[in-house]
Design a protein around this ligand. Structure first.
Ligand SMILES: NC(=O)c1ccc[n+]([C@@H]2O[C@H](COP(=O)([O-])OP(=O)(O)OC[C@H]3O[C@@H](n4cnc5c(N)ncnc54)[C@H](O)[C@@H]3O)[C@@H](O)[C@H]2O)c1
Length: 440
């Protein structure tokens, strides 16, 4: 099938590449010329495991192309996937300007039936808005062309995005006409050979499903973070509590890890956007407000522990930092807890020596001109001249470090672990002080 993907970011590039991989003819459009230049020259602009080889394979096979030419992109696909960003606006609601711009472009250039697919995470009612934008553009042109608008939210996880897209738990399709459902069913047939994964529903329910999923996951994390803080005060160990409750099948083990707060481009903005949607509809989502508040507080927990141990004035101190990305296996630092920690530490006069396996370039871009941060290329290099170590991202390579070496490199041998990576006895045996989240 001919597919156009509008927006070649984390979601658009992964979706487009995976759709090409099963044989579709995919054209990805982005207005960011640099991004398209990198893609056209055989590179990829983001870090996502397995993606680069897959892009290369499909480009070589002639099934995947990239362009900045809007008209060419609109002419290409029967399916027009909108996968542009939906960042929060000033009051936390989803900013739909990129979605609307993408829809306007489709309306401006389409000459035959199109299925316009909202892949971006968008508030309930957006498909109606996209429908109206298309109608308006066609009216301006004085033409009458059929089209369908479908909601098809994406549930992939950065760091495992290719795997998630190729083997989805479910494919939610919100549509009101059978013609569009047939097209979506045909497109997704290769992804559900094992069993039916397509959940067809009305458009609004599909739009709400995406927010409900992220809100639920964020809630589990904030719940565990609050319990971890309580466990610390009571002298209990949250890791044992986690095992104790996760073994209940009604609860399960996933997304019960306490830490230094959730970040990334989805949970924070989607929780806020759902709160705004509810507010606009005359509802107060009290639980979600608390989730958001708890998470904001949690992002300062590592700073508080450092201050408690080293004092409020950190001038003259150097903090080694392991992990900058909001989670492992991505270079994404949007709303990452590391950014809050870094800002807090710099404000208290500390210097930072930071290491991340893949997010260093992104960090260089974000902290350009910030004299207080040195980005280094090896974990142990971050410890040179540093007073203490703080761990913010649970990269695999941090799981079994040489604790004796850490002890000898740090001026004050203390680890502040924001991801509960170690059995506390192990670093302590090596002569390190060890502070984790909710652990004894
Ligand atoms: N990142 C994730 O893990 C994830 C998972 C599920 C859903 N989502 C949702 O998917 C959407 C996209 O997220 P992302 O992380 O891929 O964003 P992103 O910022 O990585 O990519 C968006 C891309 O769209 C491009 N763009 C903006 N306006 C455009 C236009 N009019 N025409 C063509 N290109 C345009 C931008 O240049 C950018 O490259 C968001 O709504 C997000 O909430 C993200």
């Amino acid at each position: 099938m001919k597919v156009t993907v509008i927006g070649a970011g984390y979601v658009g590039l992964v979706s487009g590449t995976c759709l090409a991989d099963v044989g579709n003819d995919v054209l990805c459009l982005d207005l960011d010329q640099e991004k398209i230049r990198i893609l056209q020259s055989g590179g990829i602009p983001i870090f996502e495991p397995g993606l680069e080889a897959m892009v290369r394979r499909n480009v070589a096979a002639g099934r995947l192309r990239f362009t900045t030419d809007v008209e060419e992109a609109v002419m290409h696909g029967l399916l027009q996937f909108i996968a542009v960003g939906t960042p929060p606006d000033e009051d936390g609601a989803a900013d739909l300007q990129y979605v609307v711009a993408a829809a306007m472009n489709v309306g401006r250039f389409m000459t035959e039936y199109k299925v316009v697919v909202d892949k971006s995470t968008v508030p309930v009612g957006t498909a109606d808005a996209v429908h109206a934008v298309l109608a308006e553009q066609l009216a301006v042109r004085g033409v009458s062309i059929d089209y369908s608008v479908v909601s098809n939210p994406e549930f992939l996880k950065e760091g495992a995005a290719v795997e998630d897209f190729m083997k989805p738990d479910r494919i939610v399709v919100g549509a009101q006409d059978s013609r569009a459902v047939d097209v979506m069913r045909e497109l997704y047939a290769p992804f559900q050979r094992n069993h039916e994964r397509l959940l067809v529903m009305d458009v609004k329910s599909a739009e709400l499903t995406k927010y409900a999923a992220n809100a639920m996951l964020a809630t589990r994390i904030s719940f565990m973070n609050e319990l971890a803080n309580l466990a610390e005060s009571l002298g209990a160990d949250i890791e044992l509590v986690r095992k104790g409750i996760g073994s209940d099948p009604r609860i399960g083990f996933d997304f019960l890890y306490p830490g230094a707060g959730y970040g990334g481009s989805c949970f924070p903005k989607d929780v806020q956007a759902l709160i705004r949607t509810a507010h606009a509809a005359g509802h107060q989502l009290k639980v979600l407000r608390a989730v958001e508040e708890a998470n904001t507080a949690q992002k300062s927990v590592l700073t508080q522990k450092i201050v408690k141990r080293l004092g409020a004035d950190l001038s003259g101190k150097t903090i080694a930092l392991w992990g900058l990305a909001f989670k492992p296996n991505t270079d994404d630092m949007r709303a990452a807890p590391s950014r809050v920690l870094i800002a807090d530490l710099l404000a208290r006069g500390a210097r930072i020596r930071a290491y991340d396996p893949v997010a260093a370039d992104e960090a260089r871009r974000i902290f350009a001109g910030e004299a207080g941060i040195d980005l280094v290329s090896k974990p142990m290099e971050a410890l040179r001249g540093a007073d203490v170590l703080a761990i913010v991202t649970e990269w695999k390579e941090f799981r079994a470090p040489d604790f004796a070496a850490i002890r000898s490199l740090l001026k004050t041998p203390v680890i502040f672990d924001g991801r509960n990576l170690y059995d506390p006895a192990v670093p302590r045996r090596a002569g390190l002080e060890y502070f984790a989240i909710g652990r004894l």
